[in-house]
Design a binder for this molecule. Structure first.
Ligand SMILES: O=c1ccn([C@@H]2O[C@@H]3COP(=O)(O)O[C@H]3[C@H]2O)c(=O)[nH]1
Ligand SMILES: [Zn+2]
Ligand SMILES: [Zn+2]
Length: 246
Protein backbone atom coordinates (compact mmCIF):
# COMPACT_ATOMS: atom_id res chain seq x y z
CA UNK A 1 0.00 0.00 0.00
CA UNK A 2 1.48 3.37 -0.94
CA UNK A 3 1.08 6.58 1.02
CA UNK A 4 0.04 9.90 -0.54
CA UNK A 5 1.24 13.09 1.12
CA UNK A 6 0.12 16.64 0.48
CA UNK A 7 1.66 19.47 2.48
CA UNK A 8 -0.96 22.10 3.42
CA UNK A 9 2.05 24.34 3.84
CA UNK A 10 5.84 24.05 3.91
CA UNK A 11 6.78 27.31 5.63
CA UNK A 12 8.49 27.95 8.90
CA UNK A 13 6.70 29.72 11.76
CA UNK A 14 7.31 33.18 10.31
CA UNK A 15 6.94 32.37 6.58
CA UNK A 16 4.53 34.52 4.57
CA UNK A 17 5.05 32.92 1.16
CA UNK A 18 4.06 29.51 2.50
CA UNK A 19 1.35 28.20 4.79
CA UNK A 20 2.30 26.57 8.12
CA UNK A 21 4.14 23.27 7.79
CA UNK A 22 1.18 20.91 8.20
CA UNK A 23 0.52 17.73 6.22
CA UNK A 24 -2.26 15.53 4.88
CA UNK A 25 -1.33 11.85 4.75
CA UNK A 26 -3.62 9.56 2.73
CA UNK A 27 -3.66 5.77 2.94
CA UNK A 28 -6.37 4.07 0.91
CA UNK A 29 -9.51 5.96 1.99
CA UNK A 30 -8.19 7.37 5.31
CA UNK A 31 -6.77 10.85 5.74
CA UNK A 32 -4.60 11.96 8.68
CA UNK A 33 -3.68 15.61 9.16
CA UNK A 34 -0.33 16.07 10.88
CA UNK A 35 -0.50 19.34 12.82
CA UNK A 36 -3.04 22.12 12.41
CA UNK A 37 -1.37 25.51 12.49
CA UNK A 38 -2.79 29.01 12.38
CA UNK A 39 -3.00 28.93 8.56
CA UNK A 40 -4.24 25.33 8.23
CA UNK A 41 -7.98 26.14 8.00
CA UNK A 42 -7.29 28.71 5.26
CA UNK A 43 -5.01 26.31 3.38
CA UNK A 44 -7.72 23.63 3.51
CA UNK A 45 -10.23 26.17 2.19
CA UNK A 46 -7.89 27.24 -0.64
CA UNK A 47 -7.42 23.56 -1.59
CA UNK A 48 -11.18 22.95 -1.46
CA UNK A 49 -10.73 20.25 1.18
CA UNK A 50 -13.76 19.77 3.45
CA UNK A 51 -13.21 19.10 7.17
CA UNK A 52 -15.34 15.97 7.04
CA UNK A 53 -12.84 14.39 4.63
CA UNK A 54 -10.19 14.43 7.37
CA UNK A 55 -10.42 11.37 9.62
CA UNK A 56 -8.02 12.48 12.35
CA UNK A 57 -5.52 15.13 13.38
CA UNK A 58 -2.16 14.28 14.93
CA UNK A 59 -0.29 16.89 17.02
CA UNK A 60 3.52 16.85 17.08
CA UNK A 61 4.06 19.69 19.56
CA UNK A 62 2.54 22.89 20.86
CA UNK A 63 3.56 25.87 18.76
CA UNK A 64 1.15 28.13 16.90
CA UNK A 65 2.24 26.96 13.45
CA UNK A 66 1.32 23.41 14.55
CA UNK A 67 -1.77 23.84 16.77
CA UNK A 68 -2.95 27.41 16.18
CA UNK A 69 -5.81 26.27 13.92
CA UNK A 70 -7.33 23.81 16.42
CA UNK A 71 -9.69 26.35 18.02
CA UNK A 72 -11.38 27.01 14.68
CA UNK A 73 -11.49 23.31 13.76
CA UNK A 74 -12.79 22.50 17.23
CA UNK A 75 -15.51 25.17 17.27
CA UNK A 76 -16.63 24.29 13.73
CA UNK A 77 -16.94 20.66 14.82
CA UNK A 78 -18.87 21.67 17.95
CA UNK A 79 -21.17 24.41 16.63
CA UNK A 80 -21.50 23.58 12.92
CA UNK A 81 -21.07 19.85 12.40
CA UNK A 82 -21.92 18.53 15.89
CA UNK A 83 -18.94 16.19 15.44
CA UNK A 84 -15.83 15.79 17.62
CA UNK A 85 -12.67 15.70 15.46
CA UNK A 86 -10.42 12.75 16.34
CA UNK A 87 -7.20 14.05 17.89
CA UNK A 88 -4.17 11.76 18.20
CA UNK A 89 -1.70 13.30 20.62
CA UNK A 90 1.06 12.24 23.00
CA UNK A 91 -0.37 11.91 26.50
CA UNK A 92 2.23 14.41 27.74
CA UNK A 93 0.81 17.12 25.48
CA UNK A 94 -2.90 16.79 26.29
CA UNK A 95 -2.98 18.97 29.43
CA UNK A 96 -0.57 21.63 28.12
CA UNK A 97 -2.58 21.85 24.88
CA UNK A 98 -5.85 22.47 26.73
CA UNK A 99 -4.59 24.32 29.82
CA UNK A 100 -2.05 26.59 28.10
CA UNK A 101 -3.36 26.92 24.54
CA UNK A 102 -7.01 26.08 23.85
CA UNK A 103 -8.92 26.64 27.12
CA UNK A 104 -8.60 30.46 27.03
CA UNK A 105 -10.64 30.75 23.86
CA UNK A 106 -12.80 27.65 24.19
CA UNK A 107 -13.85 27.39 27.85
CA UNK A 108 -17.50 28.45 28.29
CA UNK A 109 -20.84 27.06 29.42
CA UNK A 110 -20.85 23.44 28.34
CA UNK A 111 -17.19 23.36 27.38
CA UNK A 112 -14.77 22.76 30.24
CA UNK A 113 -12.41 20.11 28.92
CA UNK A 114 -10.63 19.11 25.72
CA UNK A 115 -12.89 16.06 25.68
CA UNK A 116 -15.92 18.31 25.12
CA UNK A 117 -14.43 19.33 21.77
CA UNK A 118 -12.17 16.53 20.55
CA UNK A 119 -12.26 12.74 20.54
CA UNK A 120 -8.82 12.55 22.17
CA UNK A 121 -6.75 9.45 21.43
CA UNK A 122 -3.63 9.51 23.70
CA UNK A 123 -0.41 8.13 22.23
CA UNK A 124 2.80 6.96 23.85
CA UNK A 125 6.20 7.29 22.17
CA UNK A 126 7.74 4.15 20.60
CA UNK A 127 4.32 2.46 20.60
CA UNK A 128 3.10 1.91 17.02
CA UNK A 129 -0.63 2.41 16.43
CA UNK A 130 -2.52 1.34 13.31
CA UNK A 131 -4.93 4.19 12.57
CA UNK A 132 -6.45 2.43 9.56
CA UNK A 133 -5.49 -0.35 7.14
CA UNK A 134 -2.18 0.68 5.59
CA UNK A 135 -1.52 3.55 8.02
CA UNK A 136 0.57 2.83 11.08
CA UNK A 137 2.20 5.64 13.05
CA UNK A 138 4.74 5.66 15.84
CA UNK A 139 5.72 8.75 17.84
CA UNK A 140 9.42 9.30 18.46
CA UNK A 141 10.28 11.96 21.03
CA UNK A 142 12.82 14.38 19.56
CA UNK A 143 14.52 17.52 20.93
CA UNK A 144 13.13 20.88 19.85
CA UNK A 145 12.66 23.40 22.71
CA UNK A 146 14.47 22.55 25.95
CA UNK A 147 11.97 21.51 28.60
CA UNK A 148 9.05 21.07 26.17
CA UNK A 149 7.81 17.79 24.69
CA UNK A 150 7.97 17.40 20.91
CA UNK A 151 7.51 14.33 18.72
CA UNK A 152 8.45 13.17 15.25
CA UNK A 153 6.31 10.59 13.44
CA UNK A 154 7.35 7.30 11.85
CA UNK A 155 4.78 6.34 9.21
CA UNK A 156 4.52 2.65 8.18
CA UNK A 157 8.12 2.11 9.35
CA UNK A 158 9.35 3.71 6.10
CA UNK A 159 8.61 7.45 6.24
CA UNK A 160 10.06 9.65 8.99
CA UNK A 161 8.31 12.98 9.48
CA UNK A 162 10.55 15.16 11.64
CA UNK A 163 8.08 17.87 12.70
CA UNK A 164 10.31 20.46 14.42
CA UNK A 165 13.60 19.17 15.78
CA UNK A 166 17.24 19.83 16.39
CA UNK A 167 19.78 17.88 14.32
CA UNK A 168 19.95 14.22 15.40
CA UNK A 169 22.34 12.52 12.92
CA UNK A 170 22.59 9.25 14.89
CA UNK A 171 18.81 8.90 14.95
CA UNK A 172 18.55 9.58 11.20
CA UNK A 173 21.31 7.09 10.41
CA UNK A 174 19.64 4.47 12.66
CA UNK A 175 16.27 4.98 10.98
CA UNK A 176 17.69 4.54 7.46
CA UNK A 177 20.20 1.79 8.16
CA UNK A 178 18.38 -0.23 10.89
CA UNK A 179 14.67 0.57 10.57
CA UNK A 180 14.43 0.63 6.74
CA UNK A 181 13.28 4.25 6.43
CA UNK A 182 13.45 5.29 2.76
CA UNK A 183 12.01 8.81 3.02
CA UNK A 184 12.85 11.46 5.60
CA UNK A 185 10.70 14.60 5.57
CA UNK A 186 12.77 17.05 7.59
CA UNK A 187 12.43 20.58 8.88
CA UNK A 188 15.13 22.71 7.32
CA UNK A 189 16.25 26.08 8.60
CA UNK A 190 18.12 27.58 5.66
CA UNK A 191 20.45 29.76 7.74
CA UNK A 192 22.56 28.70 10.74
CA UNK A 193 22.63 28.48 13.70
CA UNK A 194 19.94 25.87 14.23
CA UNK A 195 19.21 26.56 17.87
CA UNK A 196 15.80 24.85 17.87
CA UNK A 197 15.72 23.52 14.30
CA UNK A 198 17.94 21.51 11.94
CA UNK A 199 19.86 23.57 9.39
CA UNK A 200 20.48 22.87 5.71
CA UNK A 201 24.21 22.81 6.52
CA UNK A 202 23.64 20.04 9.12
CA UNK A 203 21.50 17.96 6.75
CA UNK A 204 24.14 18.30 4.00
CA UNK A 205 26.68 16.82 6.44
CA UNK A 206 24.77 13.50 6.59
CA UNK A 207 26.28 10.42 4.91
CA UNK A 208 25.13 10.03 1.28
CA UNK A 209 22.87 7.01 1.93
CA UNK A 210 20.98 9.02 4.54
CA UNK A 211 21.10 12.41 2.80
CA UNK A 212 19.51 11.07 -0.39
CA UNK A 213 16.36 10.02 1.54
CA UNK A 214 15.78 13.57 2.81
CA UNK A 215 13.10 15.94 1.51
CA UNK A 216 13.15 19.44 2.93
CA UNK A 217 10.19 21.21 4.57
CA UNK A 218 9.43 23.92 7.18
CA UNK A 219 11.63 26.41 5.38
CA UNK A 220 12.09 30.19 5.15
CA UNK A 221 10.51 32.45 2.51
CA UNK A 222 13.92 32.65 0.74
CA UNK A 223 13.75 28.94 -0.25
CA UNK A 224 13.99 29.72 -3.98
CA UNK A 225 17.51 31.15 -3.43
CA UNK A 226 18.60 27.68 -2.29
CA UNK A 227 17.18 25.57 -5.16
CA UNK A 228 20.12 23.67 -6.66
CA UNK A 229 22.18 24.12 -3.49
CA UNK A 230 20.76 21.20 -1.49
CA UNK A 231 22.86 18.34 -2.84
CA UNK A 232 20.73 15.23 -3.41
CA UNK A 233 17.96 16.58 -1.15
CA UNK A 234 14.78 17.99 -2.70
CA UNK A 235 12.47 20.70 -1.39
CA UNK A 236 8.92 19.46 -0.80
CA UNK A 237 6.47 21.88 -2.46
CA UNK A 238 3.27 22.83 -0.67
CA UNK A 239 -0.05 21.58 -2.11
CA UNK A 240 1.67 19.15 -4.52
CA UNK A 241 0.58 15.48 -4.11
CA UNK A 242 3.45 13.03 -3.49
CA UNK A 243 3.22 9.23 -3.56
CA UNK A 244 5.69 7.27 -1.44
CA UNK A 245 6.04 3.53 -2.02
CA UNK A 246 5.45 1.08 0.82
O1 LIG B 1 13.77 29.05 21.83
C1 LIG B 1 13.14 29.41 20.79
C2 LIG B 1 11.74 29.26 20.66
C3 LIG B 1 11.10 29.68 19.50
N1 LIG B 1 11.85 30.24 18.51
C4 LIG B 1 11.20 30.69 17.26
O2 LIG B 1 9.77 30.63 17.41
C5 LIG B 1 9.26 29.65 16.49
C6 LIG B 1 8.08 28.85 16.97
O3 LIG B 1 7.72 27.93 15.92
P1 LIG B 1 8.84 26.96 15.31
O4 LIG B 1 9.21 25.96 16.33
O5 LIG B 1 8.40 26.53 13.98
O6 LIG B 1 10.13 27.94 15.12
C7 LIG B 1 10.43 28.73 16.26
C8 LIG B 1 11.55 29.72 16.11
O7 LIG B 1 11.50 30.38 14.87
C9 LIG B 1 13.22 30.35 18.61
O8 LIG B 1 13.88 30.82 17.66
N2 LIG B 1 13.83 29.94 19.77
ZN1 LIG C 1 7.19 24.89 13.45
ZN1 LIG D 1 8.05 24.29 16.88
Amino acid sequence: MSIQLQMLGTGNAFAKKYYNNNALVHADDYTLMIDCGITAPLALHQLGIELDTIDAILVSHIHGDHVGGLEEIGFRGYFVHQRKPVLYIASTLISPLWDHTLSGGMTQEGISSIDDIFDVRPLEPEQPVELAPGLKIELIQTPHIDGKYSYSVLINDHIFYSADMKFQPQLLEHLVRERGVHTILHDCQLYPPGIVHTTLEELLSLPDDVCRTVKLMHYNDTKDDFVGKTGEMEFIEQHKMYTFPE
